[in-house]
Design a protein around this ligand. Structure first.
Ligand SMILES: Cc1cc2nc3c(=O)[nH]c(=O)nc-3n(C[C@H](O)[C@H](O)[C@H](O)COP(=O)(O)O)c2cc1C
Length: 334
């Protein structure tokens, strides 16, 4: 189901290049709190994860608001938590355009954005301004951190630490993102030794702010389980699974573009890998499920599997801005 307004706008937006449509919608964000009023989820849907109370179980996944400029809008649209970023220690333009593609029939996206962002310091300033103005959302705001393109993998730890240092005290939680497919070598940081080195530096540096680890669905089951164990050992507060996939289910192979696939075609793989992550976590840390969620049934399924909460991105593009409050309303009706 689409919002009536979005049903009108979508054909026009979908005629535009995907990133231009994104920017157009983004410019309208300041209007959202005014148009939507506040659509806070039913209080009975609240969930507490690593000491942070989500307004409802459906949160905003990283990547939609890289620079944290839309907090009031995301809250007004009913997201239970808001993850901003990925930001990197150095501001960077990302990959050349076009770098975002729609699979309209399948409800999927392929992106190779490459962490286009204004940098961790700019995000810290933006978040600081919102906090100082007393407009901090009533739902948790996480900062998702990645590695700058110019930083070689051997110096990755220092790069993440720079971001943590400037963002400490500004965000409610951190996410160490080692799972995006569009920064060369990034996913190698999911291997046991580099991951141990990274997390054992970041967790203490965050000095009490919860650190989550975000993993890729393209890891073999054993490697995924190992990464979860490393995260628990290092004191991470939880796991976010999964990021986009570089694999291509049969139908999506028609769109011959490199990058990470998300949305409905990711769902079967994400669901299987979330199962692996849940088994490895064995209740020792919460798991936030991401990948292909677009209906209340999808949310229920991930929660029933054992996820503490979920996040979404792609369905927001296909179903429109009313999606999240609709999902929460349906979940509250149970
Ligand atoms: C255009 C686009 C950009 C993304 N950028 C990021 C990012 O910067 N950092 C990150 O951790 N995940 C990023 N993601 C991945 C999403 O956060 C999410 O893990 C993935 O899309 C699966 O969820 P979905 O099927 O609901 O979209 C991005 C996804 C898309 C579609």
């Amino acid at each position: 189901m689409l919002d009536p307004l979005y049903a009108l706008a979508r054909p026009l937006l979908f005629r535009m290049d995907a990133e231009s449509a994104h920017h157009l919608v983004f410019h309208g964000l300041p209007l959202v709190p005014w148009l939507a009023g506040s659509r806070r989820p039913d209080p009975k849907l609240r969930v507490t994860i690593a000491g942070l109370t989500w307004g409802g179980p459906v949160g905003l996944a990283a990547g939609l608001d890289k620079n944290g400029v839309g907090l009031a809008a995301w809250e007004a649209l009913g997201f239970g938590a808001i993850e901003v970023g990925t930001v990197t220690a150095h501001a960077q333009p990302g990959n050349p355009r076009p770098r975002l593609f729609r699979l309209i029939e399948e409800g999927g996206l392929i992106n190779r954005m490459g962490f286009n962002n204004l940098g961790a310091a700019a995000l810290a300033e933006t978040l600081g301004r919102v906090r100082d103005a007393g407009r901090w959302p009533k739902v948790p705001v996480g900062a998702n951190l990645g590695k700058s393109k110019i930083t070689p993998n051997e110096e990755a730890v220092g790069d993440y630490l720079e971001s943590v240092a400037v963002l400490k005290g500004k965000a409610d939680y951190f996410v160490v993102n080692v799972s995006s497919p569009n920064t060369q070598g990034l996913r190698a940081l999911q291997d046991k030794e580099p991951l141990e080195r990274l997390l054992s530096a970041v967790v203490p540096a965050a000095s009490g702010t919860s650190v989550f680890l975000k993993l890729a669905p393209d890891l073999e089951d054993d490697a995924l389980s190992e990464a979860v164990e490393v995260a628990i050992q290092a004191g991470c507060a939880g796991i976010i699974a999964t990021n986009t996939t570089t694999s291509r289910p049969e139908k999506t192979a028609r769109l011959d573009q490199s990058g990470g696939l998300s949305g409905a075609p990711l769902r079967p793989l994400a669901r299987q890998k979330i199962g692996v992550v849940l088994a490895a976590a064995a209740g020792k840390c919460p798991v936030i499920g991401v990948g292909g969620i677009s209906t209340a049934e999808d949310v229920r399924e991930y929660l029933t599997m054992g996820c503490a909460a979920v996040q979404l991105y792609s369905a927001f593009v296909f179903r429109g801005p009313g999606l999240v409050s609709r999902l929460h309303r349906e979940l509250a009706r149970q």
